[in-house]
Design a protein around this ligand. Structure first.
Ligand code: KIV
Length: 266
């Protein structure tokens, strides 16, 4: 039997260099984490989307650090090969000190192998502090769901050139500060392609077109459980006869460059 090689920051960087797509999916419990891991998902994200898909809220703001820790622990028990990332919840990282304390809990108590936070220039100092202390960081730009009320809705970001330039500048600043991965959500496909080329770190898209280093989707969208799925999501359960086959179909479609299609991008 061949030995399983766990996914690491180094292997993700090598995948970018080799032009191999990275497949990422959210997970919230051990059983789905195991099935996703066995289906070849590279990265599992314990996203604060759990506030919506698990808890039934209309946004992610109510999610607490304790809740992310609880779900992350379960996901780590199910994951064998995949790298596990956990979200820092809304207002749990307003200063570098608070971010360090929150990240410490996610990693020590939850077993997270990387943390994710939303924000651009305002988070550069925090990312530098986390990185300096050995915390791997995934940054998140474009549509930032934790700012939904500030943004006035779940809207595509970076359509105007000024906004696109800010996203590009922020991404470069976050990379220089030590970010290891970047998720970009709901931005034009052309901007995501620019980001992929401009950055050394892998750029993972959701609603950002196919020209990225990888894709991430919310598990419940992939399984067709969302009442009004976003335009960029696809239910893969129709392609597979069961959940393991659906998750394998998602991984295959990302790796083949078949997902997302132009109709699923902006
Ligand atoms: O919380 C989450 O699931 C996320 C993804 C949408 C990237 O941040």
């Amino acid at each position: 039997m061949s030995e399983i090689k766990p996914v690491t920051i180094r292997s993700l960087r090598q995948m970018k260099k080799a032009g191999e797509k990275i497949v990422m999916l959210t997970a919230y419990d051990a059983s789905f984490a195991r099935v996703a891991d066995e289906a070849g998902i590279d990265v599992l994200l314990v996203g604060d989307s759990l506030g919506m898909v698990i808890q039934g809220h209309t946004d992610t703001l109510a999610v607490t650090l304790d809740e992310v820790i609880y779900h992350c622990r379960a996901v780590r028990r199910g994951a064998n090969r995949a790298l596990v990332i956990a979200d820092l919840p809304f207002l749990s990282y307003t200063t570098p000190e608070q971010a360090l304390a929150s990240a410490a809990r996610l990693m020590k108590e939850g077993g997270a192998q990387m943390i994710k936070l939303e924000g651009g220039a305002s988070q550069v100092e925090t990312v530098a502090a986390l990185s300096r202390h050995g915390v791997p960081v995934c940054a998140h730009l474009g549509l930032q769901p934790q700012s939904v009320h500030k943004l006035g809705g779940y809207l595509v970001q970076g359509r105007e050139s000024e906004q696109a330039e800010t996203i590009l500048r922020d991404a470069q600043a976050l990379e220089s500060a030590g970010a290891d991965l970047l998720v970009v959500e709901c931005i034009p496909a052309s901007l995501a392609a620019q980001l992929r080329k401009a950055l050394q770190i892998p750029v993972i898209g959701i609603g950002a077109g196919a020209d990225t280093d990888g894709q991430v989707l919310v598990l419940y969208d992939v399984l067709g459980l969302t009442v009004r799925p976003p335009r960029f999501a696809r239910c893969f359960l129709t392609e597979g006869r069961d959940i393991p086959a659906a998750l394998a179909a998602y991984a295959r479609s990302v790796r083949d460059g078949e997902f997302p299609s132009q109709a699923e991008a902006f």
